[in-house]
Write a new protein. Structure first.
Length: 177
């Protein structure tokens, strides 16, 4: 039986950060530099809390850029593991259709049956989970991999992967390659 990998979407395979940087620039007239937001989310910057509301906009999730190398590495993993995209899509009603369409466009080799739209990821059962939020890994029963994002830089309870090439290397090692 093949092992299962649960993959988060936002800030793992889909890069949400550019849209928040654009929203900040549109609102405040200046482009944030990495040092301005590293260690937090853009909408956690004092005065920018309202930017979180863009997550409710129809279309926000539809055209997110891919994380570099994610398609190629997920394709390789798919040859050896059962891949499930597991995304917390319930808080933002408009995200359901956007995320579904985005996944179909960018990962057509993964069946729609392997899309899990949920609110609480503690119900998931897999061998591995790759997520950017430590709260989703805490209750997870398998091996949690923390995908580096600006808001989790101080977290050290989980195996960290900084990019998709490190993800590939981790799973190659798991397979003894």
């Amino acid at each position: 039986m093949r092992k299962r990998i649960a993959l988060d979407m936002d800030e793992v395979v889909a890069n949400v950060l550019p849209k928040f940087l654009d929203a900040y620039e549109l609102t405040f007239g200046q482009r944030l530099q990495r040092a301005d937001y590293w260690g937090k989310k853009v909408y956690d910057i004092p005065g920018a809390e309202h930017l979180r509301e863009v997550l409710r906009d129809k279309g926000f999730f539809r055209d997110l850029p891919l994380m570099e190398n994610s398609q190629e590495v997920v394709q390789e993993l798919h040859e050896h593991y059962d891949i499930f995209f597991t995304t917390a899509a319930m808080e933002f009603r408009n995200s359901l259709e956007d995320k579904y369409d985005w996944l179909r466009d960018h990962f057509p080799f993964i069946s729609w049956k392997n899309f899990v739209f949920c609110g609480d990821k503690s119900i998931l059962r897999a061998d591995y989970m790759i997520d950017d939020h430590p709260r989703n890994l805490v209750a997870f029963q398998g091996k949690g991999l923390l995908f580096t994002a600006s808001h989790n830089t101080d977290e050290n309870r989980f195996t960290r992967v900084n990019d998709w090439l490190e993800v590939r290397d981790f799973f190659r090692q798991e397979r003894g390659l």
